[in-house]
Ligand binder design. Structure first.
Ligand code: PLP
Length: 390
């Protein structure tokens, strides 16, 4: 296949560096159970001026994305979401530069459009026709939509506690929807039973390498939209952690390309007090986390992840960036959600509300200074969570 437009040239186990054949579909390293990470030749000069005039979606960064041939791209116009100033709240809490990257405007209402748009497109290029995924809701919606658009087939496994809107969304898109007792790990286990013969391409978070590449585009956009001056702090609601890892990957790639001079950013992972395996590992100074037992139900379905497959990469990102991790309560999320809506006019997802609460707490504790630029990710639209919030 002609390898045009891209510098994608390797797929490696992030720990051992073992390389995998990039001309074939690859999932994860089955020997060590670690994610594979796409690599690019960043050594040759690439002027960021190439971006000028390109369509305002995530594919504008095609040189650092894995597609070889544009004809296989399955797109619904994902990416290039706005960065909004939260002026009133910034003033109220004395954070002079407080901004929100509003991912709720993506196709199917969340940042999952980026990762699944990329995973489906690359799999399509490699000849795959049928997919499966365990999901807290948004990823299932996104997979269903991209499969519908690409005339492909999606099999969705979601916990029973997921708001019905997500179930409806996936069904309307023509996906097969399976509702499973328990949390997302149970949904994954049910999916693996049904997929024991491997007939479907499993796009579980970080169990295939390209959702990460799609989520990475948030990092490229943050830089470009801020005129290549990265924020001091990025706060991200962390379940499987793909966005956190992806944004950091983008920052490092851009530094190698010379697109940004320095990376001043401290990355922050936010979880809920009812399921905070990453926070616990971070606080104990560990480089890996252990599965969280009995994760509590939460209004932020996307944060009920008892064990992130990419746990080591999440913790590495926090360590490398001198970041931190913290957990918030259900009450904190509810009050932060209302406060943000009433002050800034955005109906945050509960995951986004967790981020806003974390920003306030970090400022209060002195970890964030008044003169720092704090960029928050609202990873999804609150509208789909109405059932959780009445
Ligand atoms: C709105 C929202 N925010 C955050 C997350 C967690 O994302 P990640 O798995 O990239 O950590 C999810 C996952 O379902 C989500 O739907």
């Amino acid at each position: 296949m002609a390898r045009i437009n891209t510098r994608y040239n390797a797929l490696i186990n992030h720990e051992s560096g073992k390389a995998y054949d990039i001309t074939k579909p690859q999932s994860f390293c089955t020997e060590s159970h670690e994610p594979l990470v796409a690599q690019y030749d960043l050594s040759k000069p690439l002027n960021k001026g190439i971006l000028q005039g390109r369509p305002l979606n995530m594919w504008r960064y095609k040189e650092v994305l894995p597609m070889w041939d544009d004809q296989y791209i399955v797109s619904l116009g994902e990416g290039f979401t706005p960065i909004l100033k939260a002026e009133k709240l910034g003033q109220r809490y004395d954070i002079r530069q407080l901004t929100l990257k509003e991912e709720g405007g993506n196709p199917t209402g969340s940042f999952k459009a980026r990762g699944l748009g990329m995973a489906v497109s690359k799999a399509h290029e490699l000849g795959i026709k049928e997919f499966s995924i365990p999901t807290a809701g948004n990823a299932g919606s996104a997979l269903s939509a991209y499969c519908a658009k690409g005339s492909l087939k999606a099999n969705i496994y979601m916990p029973k506690a997921t708001p019905k809107m997500f179930q409806l969304d996936c069904s309307i898109m023509g996906a097969t929807v399976n509702v499973v007792e328990g949390n997302i790990s149970d949904a994954g286990a049910a999916m693996r039973v049904d997929n024991a013969d491997g007939k479907w391409w499993d796009v579980t978070t970080l169990k295939e390498p390209f959702r990460l590449e799609g989520k990475k585009t948030m990092g490229y956009e943050i830089a470009e939209q801020l005129n290549w001056k990265l924020p001091d702090v990025v706060i991200y609601p962390t379940g499987g952690g793909t966005g956190l890892i992806g944004i950091w990957k983008a920052f490092k790639e851009m530094q190698e390309l010379g697109w940004v001079d320095e990376i001043p950013t401290r990355m922050v992972a936010v979880q809920t007090t009812g399921c905070d395996p990453i926070v616990q590992a971070f606080e104990a100074g560990l480089s890996s986390s252990t599965p969280y037992k009995n994760p509590a139900e939460t209004i932020a379905n996307g944060l009920r992840v008892p064990h992130a497959f990419g746990h080591k990469l999440i913790l590495k990102t926090l360590a490398e960036s001198d970041g931190c991790a913290l957990a918030v309560t259900e009450d904190d999320m509810r009050s932060a959600l209302s406060e943000y809506a009433q002050s800034e006019g955005i109906f945050l997802s509960p995951e986004g509300a967790a981020v806003w609460h974390a920003a306030k707490r970090l400022k209060d504790e002195g970890w964030v200074k008044s003169n720092e630029h704090v960029l928050m990710l609202n990873t999804g639209s609150g509208y789909k969570y109405a059932e959780n919030l009445w």
